[in-house]
Write a protein that binds this ligand. Structure first.
Ligand SMILES: *Cc1c(COP(=O)(O)O)cnc(C)c1O
Ligand SMILES: [Zn+2]
Length: 411
């Protein structure tokens, strides 16, 4: 890889060669992939970009793969960035954009990381990929791996919503449902991966996955004509996503594609916010219970704390916690104003933007991007909780009119 200079530990600064199966530093710190930005500048020109397909692989020079590694088969990335004027006015903001990453092939932002895992596993010559996940990393790995002909072993906590488990089964993964927390699930997967030597798609171990995730930022910047929003709101569990989001903007800044950086809004659930708590107090993070309906961000022991905290702090970012009720309200609001259906963790960032405006943490004339990280069809129970049940009628007009009356509708 001419364009990758290596991997650096975010904790101790040690430098490593970027092998396909490189994982964490000997000190236990996460690694960050480093690029030859001169190479990137001269090869990933605007003219070159214009001619490329609209998926995450259009930014190849900023991705840690060999030039001849084929892009995995599923089409990942280039999800829509909607200008959400109605939602903006409801939240009291001048300019709000919604990046709907629930429209990826397995319906979450995790596809960006899983597609990268598949590309790196093929470079490593592996035939089996494994991971543990709160749900979406699992279903995205299962789908992306199935399309590329890999076998998968996947560990999920037993609380994972049915929609995500259904995806796993449909994509033909070997699924291990662990009766325990995400923490327990992660630990078991780590032991099994060690024992069997599978390719490791655990996001907070594998340094390449955040590089896949960062393509969401590369797209946001390109879709905005290389103008940079003032704020980007991200829901946070392990912290890999927000770290990836920051890396994407930093890469663009280093290559001269953009001339300033956004501030990050780190949104966590009130019932599980170990990283935000650390951001508020300045103390090291400590574990918390996983007490929220937003299963994808119910992470009591965040696996990528160093990178996530560094990212939010470096961006002069903001930390906001939202209640389950506020998450459900954001779910309905996004649906009604924008036609976007997000899962609870998927809309948590939007709930956080609403709260940040109310609390005066962000200026009303700011330009804000909120990332919807997962699709609501994965968890329809929460959708019904957020939006209620339909009118129920017998098949006659009297019953219909009575129902309209009751609902206060005058069609
Ligand atoms: C995984 C996930 C997140 C959070 O990403 P982390 O890397 O765990 O911080 C947010 N939303 C959804 C829908 C997810 O699947
Ligand atoms: Zn180190």
């Amino acid at each position: 890889m001419d364009h990758v200079t290596g991997c650096r530990c975010v904790r101790c600064g040690a430098h490593y060669h970027a092998y396909p199966n490189t994982t964490t530093c000997l000190c236990g710190g996460m690694l960050d992939v480093e690029y030859d930005y001169d190479y990137v500048r001269s090869h990933m020109t605007r003219t070159a970009l214009e001619a490329r397909p609209h998926d995450m692989w259009r930014y190849r020079e900023l991705l840690p793969i060999e030039p001849d590694t084929p892009a995995p088969p599923l089409r990942v990335g280039w999800t829509p960035l909607y200008r959400a004027d109605e939602l903006a006015s409801r939240l009291g903001l001048k300019s709000l954009y919604v990046k709907d990453d629930g429209l990826n092939p397995t319906a979450s932002l995790k596809d960006r990381a899983s597609a990268m895992a598949v590309a790196k596993a093929s470079e490593a010559g592996a035939s089996v990929i494994a991971c543990s996940s709160t749900g979406n990393a699992a279903s995205s790995l299962a789908g992306n791996a199935a399309a590329a002909g890999f076998e998968t072993y996947i560990f999920v906590p037993s609380r994972a919503p049915q929609g995500k488990v259904a995806q796993l089964m449909i994509f033909g993964a070997h699924v291990i449902s662990v009766e325990g927390t995400y923490e327990d699930t992660f630990a078991l997967s780590a032991q099994a991966i060690e024992k069997y030597g599978w390719y490791n798609r655990n996001a907070a171990i594998n340094p390449y996955l955040a590089e896949g995730k960062k393509t969401v930022s590369l797209e946001i910047a390109e879709q905005m004509g290389w103008r940079v929003p003032d704020y980007v709101a991200v829901s946070v569990g392990d912290g890999c996503t927000i770290a990836g989001v920051w890396k994407g903007f930093r890469d663009l800044y280093e290559t001269g594609y953009i001339n300033r950086l956004p501030r990050l809004i780190s949104v966590q659930a009130q019932g599980c916010c170990p990283l935000n708590r650390s951001l508020h107090t300045g103390e090291p993070w400590t574990p918390m219970e996983e007490n929220t309906l937003a299963d994808s961000i119910a992470v009591g022991v965040p696996r990528n704390a160093d990178k996530a905290l560094q990212a939010v702090r470096a961006s002069n970012g903001i930390a906001v916690e939202v209640s389950d009720q506020e998450i459900l309200e954001a779910m309905a609001l996004l649906g009604r104003t924008q036609g976007v259906f997000g899962e609870p963790a998927g809309v948590a960032a939007t709930a956080g933007v609403k709260k940040a405006v109310e609390q005066g943490l962000i200026e009303r004339d700011a330009t804000v991007v909120t990332i919807v990280t997962g699709n609501g069809l994965k968890d329809v129970q929460s959708g019904i909780r957020a939006a209620g049940a339909p009118m129920s009628v017998t098949p006659d007009m009297d019953s219909l009119l009575a129902a309209f009356d009751k609902a206060g509708l005058h069609p």
